[in-house]
Design a protein around this ligand. Sequence first.
Ligand SMILES: [Zn+2]
Length: 258
Amino acid sequence: MAPAAQGGADGAAAELLLQGQRVSYTLRRATRRSIGLTIRHGQLEVAVPRWVSRAQAEDAVRSKAAWVLRKLAQSQVQLHQQQAAQQAFADGMQLPYLGGLLQLQCQPEPGVARGAARLEPAVADGVARLWLNFEPGTPAPELGEAAARWLQQQARQLFAQRLAHHAPAMGVQPRSLSLSAARTRWGSASADGRIRLNWRLVHAPLALIDYVVVHELAHLHEMNHSPRFWAVVAARLPDYQALRQQLRQFQAPVLQGA
Ligand SMILES: [Zn+2]
């Protein structure tokens, strides 16, 4: 028995140690034949037949430790993203930004336009700050509009720069760049060379932005997802498969007031 295993009434949260990590779980007895493990809202639920003891239930969890820990981590990331997605812009909040964190800070500065933004790059704590010329505590939508406008400007500059960086090496020349705000689409390309990129990609690490940029530029060679298309992507980004996978898991915050 693991020394950290604790008892507890059925249905109440109890804890056990899995590979050195404290994991809380709830035990539920039901009319069933086998032990079932479910991860829901970042929590482990163990459903057991009525004749199974708590110790036997915990042994079953331990025998699936790697799976449980992996699923818990995924579920907690998802939960965190869902919570972030429901937030409104607020003074002091932190947003994912180019793989790091950006904290919004209201600070009035005389003689500067209301809502003007100034970036202070990250120092020791790894958090960059966006100083916005508002009174402290200014709420959305005013704060949100200013912050979103700044993020969109950064997106446009950065995307233009990444397109200019990758296009010549790929032998293509995009005709125009526009920003989109689609919920489910990161980019698109048209046969006549127009590229659209989702401005919310500024919340992603640069490697993922580069993947989307290279993906859309590759469409200027191949307007499909054929093996020939993927060969064009791979020639520029040999590790594109890992990036594509990461992009699938990435969720940009959708903040109210943007
Ligand atoms: Zn595509």
